[in-house]
Design a protein around this ligand. Structure first.
Ligand SMILES: C[S@@+](CC[C@H](N)C(=O)[O-])C[C@H]1O[C@@H](n2cnc3c(N)ncnc32)[C@H](O)[C@@H]1O
Length: 384
């Protein structure tokens, strides 16, 4: 007779295979070793008993609760959805569906796609920034890595350390700010960043051996996020290309808020034939170009009885609004020392002049004091 435990293990194995097949079909999983790791570090061991399920794709966002709806909880765990485990740095209800998500069990597709880029080899020393639940760290251990992981939130770090220990994954968990890396513990063969960054802290480059890899969600002020895949060079830089989309919660010290300064004094009104919707949603390549050329400019699409693209700089000195019109001549308002719409329109025009390159043709080089984007070749830097 099959014991309940054996039956549960069989069900987990079947559901992990089905999930892995779906990820493979989408191109997020090709390496059979990562498929094996999904079995060696089953996701349900790291899922919160209660949280907010956010599918990576279609499907409703919803509360998941193992106690009141174990079947629904299990389905969420073995689907391509992230599960929010903390909001507002612990101040709110993670299953409430409100507040700013500040920690989660990342979605399987995002996790396997980053692990593919990281290409862990047995024996690699890997530093993870953003422990969260500890699932990614466990997967990397299953891939044969010697993992050190850093979590800025002490309560989350303690829970993850206890969970990893209980299930027999030998991972060192540090409760500290990962922006500084793990001084004195490098060099690492690879750094896996699982929170978003606008700027890659140079400490991560310094603590990675030449030839080592860094993968991170690059979440610039402009547009959607991008997977970043860097290799550390012998002269101490890190360079590499963008590799598809990414959406993660930010490194704590790099959170910014969109802020339009008060007051309408000095507002300048002009017009443009460049469609603001095209600028906002036209292409991830345009996103990358604008983010590289204007690293401190943010854009937020708004629906105010019609489409409007609102812009502001991080310092909060300037703002602009471009309102879409059916006539093809769109109204622009700009205020502050910078003409932000003109700057964004120029950047968009340069991207058009380059032949509208896709996001994957862009790359980044990180040095001790600089972070520069390039097109096709590290020598071909994007300069304002
Ligand atoms: C998306 S979650 C990570 C998911 C996790 N890797 C997993 O497998 O469940 C991002 C995590 O980064 C953490 N974080 C944010 N800023 C950090 C920092 N400066 N240093 C270390 N961790 C940070 C957050 O607290 C959060 O737990």
């Amino acid at each position: 007779m099959t014991t309940p435990t054996a039956a549960a293990a069989r069900k987990a194995a079947t559901d992990i295979e089905a999930l892995a097949d779906a990820l493979q079909a989408r191109g997020d999983l090709t390496d059979p070793r990562i498929r094996e790791a999904l079995h060696a570090a089953p996701r349900h061991l790291f899922a919160p008993a209660r949280g907010w399920c956010a599918p990576d794709g279609p499907g409703p966002r919803r509360v998941v609760d193992e106690r009141t709806d174990p079947a629904g909880w299990w389905t969420a765990v073995y689907s391509d959805a992230s599960i929010v485990t903390q909001v507002d740095d612990g101040a709110g209800d993670p299953a409430g569906g409100t507040g700013e998500a500040t920690s989660s069990l990342s979605s399987p597709g995002a996790v396997t796609a980053f692990l593919e880029l990281l290409a862990i080899r047995p024996g690699d020393r890997v530093l993870e920034i953003g422990t969260g639940t500890g699932w990614t760290a466990a997967l990397m251990t299953a891939l044969g890595a010697d993992v050190t992981t850093i979590e800025v939130d002490p309560a989350l770090a303690e829970q993850a350390a206890e969970r990893l220990d209980r299930h027999g994954y030998g991972v060192e968990v540090l409760a500290q700010d990962g922006a500084a890396g793990a001084p004195g513990r490098g060099p690492f063969d690879a750094v896996h960043v699982t929170c978003g960054v606008t700027r890659v802290p140079y400490a991560w480059v310094e603590q990675t051996r030449p030839g080592g890899r860094i993968v991170a969600p690059w979440m610039p002020e402009w547009g959607d996020g991008h997977k970043l895949h860097l290799t550390v060079t012998a002269d101490g830089d890190a360079s590499g290309r963008l590799a598809g989309g990414a959406s993660y919660m930010m490194l704590r010290s790099q959170r910014t808020a969109f802020h339009v300064p008060d007051g309408g004094a000095g507002v300048r009104e002009t017009g443009t034939r460049l469609d603001p919707r095209q600028v906002a949603f036209g292409s991830y390549g345009a996103d990358a170009a604008i983010a590289g050329l204007l690293p401190d400019v943010m854009g937020v699409p708004r629906d105010r009885d019609g489409f409007e693209l609102e812009l502001a700089d991080v310092a909060g000195t300037s703002w602009a609004r471009c309102r879409q019109s059916g006539t093809g001549e769109h109204r622009v308002l700009q205020a502050g020392p910078r003409d932000l719409w003109d700057d964004v329109a120029d950047a968009y025009q340069r991207w058009t002049d380059w032949g509208r390159p896709d996001r994957e043709r862009f790359g980044m080089t990180v040095g001790p004091y600089t972070q520069m984007l390039w097109l096709d070749d590290p020598a071909n830097l994007l300069t304002a």
